[in-house]
Design a protein around this ligand. Structure first.
Ligand code: FAD
Ligand code: SF4
Ligand code: SF4
Length: 1006
C-alpha cells in the first residue's frame, strides 16, 4: 500500500481505526458473498469529515475504494482488494419526523432497530430484506434490498425522501436542504447539467423510457437504478434516488430520509398446498388481481388484498421436514394422489399467503375473498387462515428455516449460494416450472426454489463446491443458462434483490441491452469520473469475473483427540462440555460468513467479530493443510492470540442470531484447551485451584480486603492510578466498583431472619413451620465478593437472599461442602473442559443430595454459573433469582413499587436462558420506571476477563454511561456480580442483584 497515502490517513484518523495487518484486513475484508478479496487497508470511519477526507485522499492517489455497512451482501459488492471504508457502528443516529411519517437515518443503523424505534408509533420501515436483523440502512438503500412485503411499491427508491451524500471530491450534498442544493448548483454546475442532460436524453428516447418503465414494474436491481431519470424531474431528486441500488459505485450515503408506513393491527396467514407447481403460480397470479380499497393504499402504499405470497417448492418443504409434505409423500406412495407415481413428490408446492386488515371485519372479508379465489385450484388440503400468532409463527418459521436447513446440511467445504431472479408475474406459471427443470438438468438435485412469488422473485439455493475446474464450469454453465431463460425468454431480472456485485456484472448489458447500459455508464461517469468507487462492481469488462476470486472454504480440522473429556464425572455423561464444544466447532464448518452474528458480538469493532474469527481460522487451517505460506500462518496465529482468543467473551451471543446456530465462543474454548496442552503450567495451576477451592476463596477474600483497605487509605483517585499502572504490567485491574470481601455464611445466618409470625389486619398470626424449601448455591463469586464501597446497601447478596426467602416463608438449604464447590464455569472459560466437568459433577452431587434427589428447587444467584449448571445438570430444577421469584415467591409477597428510575442489565446468560422476560416483568413489579438501555448486549466482563482486559468491558459498555446520565438513573440491577462490577465501573452508578430491589419493594403477604 502506498505509504504516503497511509501517512496522510494517519494524520487525520486515529491509527487504531486503520488496519493494514494481515489478520484484520482478512477479517474485515470478509463479506457474505462467495468472493474473496483482501483489502490492503481497512479504515473505520466515524464521521462525515473523515469520509470526505478519505475519499479525497483516495482520489489524490488514484486508489480504488469500497464502502461497507454490515457486509452481508451476497454478490461481492462489499469486498475489495484495495481500500475498504467501513461505516457501520458509530453511524447510528436517527431523527423521527414530526408526524412520524418520515425518519432520517444514518447508514450504520440496523434495519430491525429502525422498526423497533418506529413500533411505538405503529409505523414500519418499509424495505424488509430477510437480513434486516443485521443489514444496515446504508447497505439496504445502496443495494435496494427488499423482502417478502415491500415489493416494488415500498422499496427504498419509492420510500426515499432525500439523501445526504459525499462525492469523490469530498463535497457534501444534502438534497433535502435548500441551502445545500443552492450551494451545489453554484459549486458543481457541470454535474447538475450533466444529470439534466442525461435525464432529457433518456426521456426523449421513447423506446428506452418505456423499457425502463417496464423493467421496474417488477423487482430489479441489475445495474444502476435508471428509474429516477424517468420518474423525477428535479436533478437533485435524480441524484438522491440514483443512490438507491448504486452498490457504493456513485458516492457515500451519509444520511437518508425515508417515508414510514403504518403497521396493520390484524394479520392472518395460511400455508396453502397445491397439487402442482403450475397451479400454485396460477393461483398467485389470480390473487394478485384481488384489489383492496383506498384505505389500504394509505396504510401500506399499495391496495392488494394479499400482502405476501411465498412459494416453497417440494425440495424446500423437504429440507425443513414440513409435516404436510411428509403426509403427502405417504399418500403418493400409497397411490392416493392422482397423476403422481410412487416416489415422485416433485409436484407439491406450497404458497404461504398473508393478508392484513385495518379492522378485524376487513381482515375476515379479505380472507373470505382470498379463499373464494383459491377455490378455483386443486389443493392438497383445504386452505385455512389462522390469526393465531403461535400457529402462523410456525408457518413463517418453516419459510425462514429453509436457508439454514439447506446450508446446514451441505457437504463441508462447499459454499451455500443463493441466487435471485424475477419474472414478470404473468409468466410465472410457465417460467417457474422451467427454472426448476433447468437447475435440475445441471445436476443440482438438492437445489431448493422458494421466494416471493407475489413479486415473481425466486431464490434458489445451491450447495456449490469451487474446488475443481469442472465444478466451477458447471456453475458458470448453469448461470449462463439461467441468464438466457430469464432475459431472452421472459425479459425478467437477473438480480431482483441481492445486487449486481461482481456476480452479475458481466450480464448487465445482456439484460438491459446497449442503450440502457450506456445510460448507466454515463450516470456512473458523472459521479465517479475516475472510476475509483467499488471497482469491478456493476461495471466489469471481464466476462468471467463472476467465477474469479472465489472464496475457499477450508475445513477446520482440529485435532479433537487433544481434548480431554471430563463428561464421565457427570450424572449424564452425554452432557460433557468437551463433546458440546467439539460439536459446535464442527458446526462452525457450516458457517456461510453471512455476518448475522456481528450485531451480537461484543468484540466486533474492538478486535474481531465471530465471523472474522471463523474466517481467520479457516485461513490458518488452509495455510497449514497446504503448506502454502508457513510464515503467514505463524503471523496470523500470533495475532489471533489477542484479537481472536483473548478478547472473545465466550458468551455465545453470536449463536443467537446465527442461522446455523454457531457459537464461536466454543471455538474459542477449544483453541484455549488446545493451547493449554502446550502450556502445562497453566493446566497445573487450574488443577491446583480445582483441588483447593476453599483456600482459593479465602485467599480471594484476603485480596479483596487488602484492595478495600487500599481504597479507604489511598482514596479512589490514587488507588485507580496505582492499579492502572499495575494492569499495564499484566495485573488484573482494580476499579472503584471492586467489591468488598464476603464472609462465608454461618449457621446462624439461616435462622436469624426466619419470621415466626406476621400481622394480618392488626392481628399477629403464627407462620407454619412446614415451610417450603429451596436449595441455595450462591456461586463462588457471591460466596467471596460483597458489594462495592459505594453501594447504597451494605450486606452481601447471600444475606439478602436469605432475608427474602424468609420473608416469603421459604426455608433455605445450603449444599454441603459449599465452600469447596464451583459450577466449573471458570475452567470452561479458560479451556480446561475436563476440570470444568469434574467441578460441575461435585456440585451436582451436593445439590442432588441437598435437594433430596431433585425434590426441592435449586437457586443460583449468579446467572452465568446457572447457565453452565443448566447445560450439564438436567436432573434438577435449577433457577436464577428472577425466574424463581416470579414462579415461587410472587404470590407470597406484597409488592410496593417505587417510582425511582432504575436501570436493568440483562446478562448474556439471562438472554440465552430466556429469563430476560422474567427479569423485566419482575423489575416492573418493583419500579414504575424501569430503564432498558438501547444497544447494550454482552457487557464484556466475561467472567474474570474484565479484570485483565478492561478494554473489552469499556468497549462493550461505551453506549451505556451517556444513557444512564441522560435518564438520571442512580442505581442499576442485574443478576451477575462480575458483570455488575464492570457495569458499575463504566457507568459510575452502583449495580447489584435484582434480589436487593425485590427485597426493598416487598413485604410478606398479608
Ligand atoms: C442470508 C442472507 C439473506 C439475505 N436476504 C436478503 C433479502 O431478503 N433481500 C435483499 O435484498 N438482500 C438480502 N441479502 C443481502 C444483503 O443482506 C442485503 O442486500 C443488505 O441490505 C446489505 O446490507 P449491509 O448493511 O450488509 O450492506 P453491505 O453489504 O455492507 O453493503 C452493501 C452495498 O452498499 C454499499 N454501501 C454500504 N454502505 C454505504 C454507504 N454508506 N454509502 C454508499 N455505499 C454504501 C457497499 O459498498 C455495498 O456495495 C441477504 C444476505 C444474506 C447473507
Ligand atoms: S457464525 Fe453464523 S452468523 Fe456468523 S457468519 Fe457464520 S453462519 Fe453467519
Ligand atoms: S462468544 Fe461473544 S465475543 Fe466471542 S465471538 Fe461469540 S459473540 Fe463474539
Amino acid at each position: 500500500m502506498n505509504e504516503q497515502f497511509l501517512s496522510e490517513l494517519r494524520g487525520q484518523i486515529p491509527s487504531d481505526r486503520i488496519y493494514t495487518d494481515e489478520l484484520r484486513t482478512l477479517g474485515w475484508g470478509t463479506d457474505a458473498s462467495f468472493y474473496r478479496q483482501i483489502p490492503q487497508v481497512v479504515v473505520r470511519s466515524d464521521n462525515e469529515r473523515e469520509i470526505s477526507f478519505i475519499v479525497k485522499t483516495c482520489r489524490k492517489y488514484q486508489l480504488p475504494f469500497t464502502f461497507r455497512a454490515a457486509g452481508t451482501s451476497l454478490s461481492g459488492q462489499s469486498c475489495t482488494d484495495s481500500v475498504l471504508i467501513v461505516a457501520g457502528k458509530h453511524w447510528e443516529r436517527y431523527e423521527i419526523g414530526s408526524q412520524q411519517d418520515t425518519i432520517r437515518l444514518q447508514p450504520g443503523i440496523v434495519g430491525a432497530r429502525v422498526n423497533e424505534i418506529l413500533k411505538p408509533y405503529g409505523r414500519v420501515f418499509p424495505p424488509d430484506p430477510a437480513s434486516i436483523g443485521s443489514a444496515m440502512v446504508g447497505g439496504i438503500v445502496c443495494n435496494n434490498a427488499s423482502g417478502m412485503n415491500c415489493g416494488v411499491h415500498a422499496n427504498s427508491d419509492r420510500m426515499m425522501v432525500s439523501a445526504r451524500i459525499i462525492l469523490t471530491d469530498g463535497t457534501i450534498l444534502d438534497t433535502g436542504d435548500e441551502k445545500s442544493r443552492e450551494d451545489f448548483r453554484r459549486t458543481h454546475p457541470e454535474f447538475v447539467k450533466k444529470i439534466e442532460d442525461l435525464r432529457d436524453k433518456v426521456r426523449s428516447d421513447k423506446e428506452l423510457a418505456a423499457r425502463i418503465q417496464q423493467k421496474y414494474s417488477i423487482k430489479n436491481v441489475t445495474g444502476l437504478n435508471l428509474r429516477p431519470l424517468i420518474a423525477y424531474d428535479d436533478p437533485f431528486d435524480i441524484i438522491a434516488h440514483s443512490m438507491v441500488g448504486s452498490e457504493g459505485t456513485l458516492a457515500f450515503l451519509s444520511e437518508v430520509t425515508m417515508k414510514t408506513l403504518h403497521d396493520y393491527q390484524y394479520k392472518a396467514s395460511a400455508m396453502v398446498y397445491f397439487l402442482t407447481m403450475k397451479e400454485s403460480c396460477q393461483a398467485v397470479v389470480a390473487m394478485k388481481k384481488l384489489k383492496a380499497g383506498e384505505e389500504d393504499l394509505q396504510m401500506s402504499g399499495e391496495n392488494l388484498m394479499v400482502k405476501s405470497a411465498e412459494m416453497l417448492d417440494y425440495m424446500s418443504l423437504n429440507s425443513v421436514d414440513d409435516p404436510v409434505f411428509l403426509q403427502y409423500k405417504k399418500d403418493v406412495d400409497a397411490g392416493k394422489i392422482e397423476g403422481a407415481e410412487p416416489g415422485d413428490y416433485h409436484n407439491l408446492t406450497a404458497i404461504l399467503t398473508e393478508t392484513k386488515g385495518i379492522t378485524h371485519e376487513q381482515l375476515l372479508e379479505k380472507i373470505s375473498k382470498i379463499k373464494e379465489c383459491l377455490g378455483q385450484f386443486r389443493l392438497y388440503q383445504p386452505a385455512e387462515f389462522t390469526e393465531d400468532p403461535a400457529v402462523y409463527g410456525k408457518y413463517w418459521a418453516i419459510r425462514s428455516g429453509i436457508f439454514p436447513s439447506v446450508g446446514g446440511t451441505r457437504p463441508i467445504g462447499t459454499s451455500c449460494l443463493i441466487e435471485d431472479v424475477a419474472f414478470p408475474i404473468e409468466s410465472l406459471p410457465e417460467a417457474t416450472v422451467r427454472l426448476q427443470k433447468l437447475i435440475a438438468d445441471h445436476g443440482y438435485a438438492d437445489a431448493c426454489i422458494y421466494g416471493h412469488a407475489f413479486e415473481g422473485n425466486y431464490h434458489f439455493i445451491l450447495n456449490q463446491s469451487f474446488k475443481t475446474k469442472s465444478e466451477v464450469d458447471r456453475y458458470a454453465d448453469m448461470m449462463r443458462d439461467v441468464a438466457k431463460l430469464v432475459v431472452e425468454e421472459y425479459d425478467g431480472s437477473l438480480k431482483a434483490e441481492h445486487g449486481t456485485g461482481r456476480n452479475m456484472a458481466p450480464f448487465v448489458r445482456y439484460e438491459w441491452r446497449d442503450k440502457a447500459y450506456e445510460a448507466m455508464k454515463e450516470l456512473k461517469a458523472i459521479f465517479d469520473p475516475d472510476g475509483l468507487l467499488n471497482q469491478g462492481v456493476i461495471f466489469n469488462d471481464d466476462p468471467e469475473c463472476f467465477i474469479k476470486c472465489l472464496k475457499p472454504l477450508p475445513v477446520l480440522d482440529f485435532d479433537f483427540s487433544q481434548v480431554p473429556d471430563g463428561g464421565h464425572y457427570l450424572m449424564d455423561p452425554s452432557l460433557s462440555t468437551a463433546q458440546e464444544t467439539i460439536e459446535q466447532v464442527k458446526r462452525a464448518n457450516k458457517c456461510i460468513e453471512c455476518g448475522f452474528c456481528e450485531v451480537n458480538c461484543m468484540s466486533c469493532g474492538l478486535t474481531l467479530s465471530s465471523r472474522m474469527r471463523i474466517a481467520v481460522q479457516r485461513e490458518i487451517h488452509d495455510l497449514e493443510a497446504t503448506g502454502r505460506d508457513p510464515e503467514r500462518a505463524e503471523r496470523l496465529r500470533k495475532q489471533y492470540k489477542y484479537y481472536g482468543d483473548q478478547t472473545c467473551a465466550t458468551d455465545g451471543l453470536c449463536a443467537t442470531s446465527c442461522p446455523m446456530k454457531i457459537n464461536t465462543g466454543e471455538l474459542t474454548h477449544l483453541i484455549r484447551q488446545i493451547d493449554m496442552n502446550h502450556t502445562p503450567t497453566g493446566y497445573k495451576i487450574g488443577e491446583f485451584a480445582a483441588n483447593h477451592m476453599a483456600g482459593i476463596k479465602e485467599g480471594l477474600r484476603v485480596v479483596l480486603d487488602v484492595a478495600h483497605l487500599g481504597h479507604v487509605t489511598l482514596g479512589p483517585t490514587l488507588m485507580t492510578h496505582v492499579c492502572r499502572t499495575m494492569n499495564k504490567m499484566g495485573m488484573p485491574l482494580w476499579t472503584t466498583a471492586m467489591p468488598k470481601k464476603k464472609r462465608q455464611p454461618k449457621k446462624s445466618d439461616l435462622t436469624q431472619f426466619i419470621i415466626h409470625s406476621i400481622e394480618v389486619d392488626g392481628e399477629k398470626k403464627e407462620v407454619s413451620d412446614r415451610r417450603p424449601k429451596v436449595v441455595y448455591f450462591p456461586s463462588c463469586i457471591n460466596q467471596t465478593m460483597g458489594l462495592s464501597k459505594e453501594a447504597p446497601v451494605k450486606h452481601a447478596l447471600v444475606d439478602e437472599v436469605i432475608q427474602l426467602m424468609a420473608k416469603a416463608g421459604y426455608e433455605v438449604i445450603f449444599p454441603e461442602g459449599m465452600e469447596r464447590m464451583c459450577c466449573g464455569q471458570i475452567w470452561e472459560s479458560k479451556g480446561m473442559l475436563d476440570i470444568a466437568d469434574r467441578k460441575s459433577a461435585e456440585l451436582e452431587a451436593a445439590l442432588w443430595k441437598a435437594s433430596e434427589q431433585g425434590r426441592y428447587p435449586v437457586l443460583c444467584a449468579q446467572s452465568p454459573c446457572l447457565h453452565r449448571m443448566r447445560k450439564v445438570m438436567h436432573k434438577m430444577h435449577l433457577y436464577e433469582p428472577a425466574e424463581f421469584i416470579m414462579k415461587y415467591l410472587r404470590d407470597r409477597l406484597d409488592f410496593h413499587p417505587t417510582d425511582k428510575h432504575i436501570a436493568l442489565h440483562l446478562t448474556c446468560s439471562t438472554r440465552l436462558m430466556g429469563v430476560d422476560k422474567d427479569m423485566i416483568a419482575l423489575a416492573r413489579l418493583c419500579s414504575t420506571n424501569v430503564f432498558l438501555p438501547e444497544g447494550i448486549g454482552c457487557c464484556g466482563f466475561a467472567g474474570d476477563r474484565g479484570f485483565t482486559f478492561p478494554e473489552m468491558n469499556r468497549y462493550a459498555l461505551r453506549k451505556l454511561r451517556p444513557q444512564i446520565e441522560a435518564n438520571k438513573i442512580e442505581v442499576g440491577y442485574s443478576n451477575s456480580r462480575t458483570c455488575e462490577i464492570g457495569l458499575e465501573a463504566n457507568t459510575g452508578i452502583p449495580y447489584m442483584s435484582i434480589v436487593y430491589l425485590v427485597n426493598l419493594c416487598t413485604t410478606a403477604k398479608k
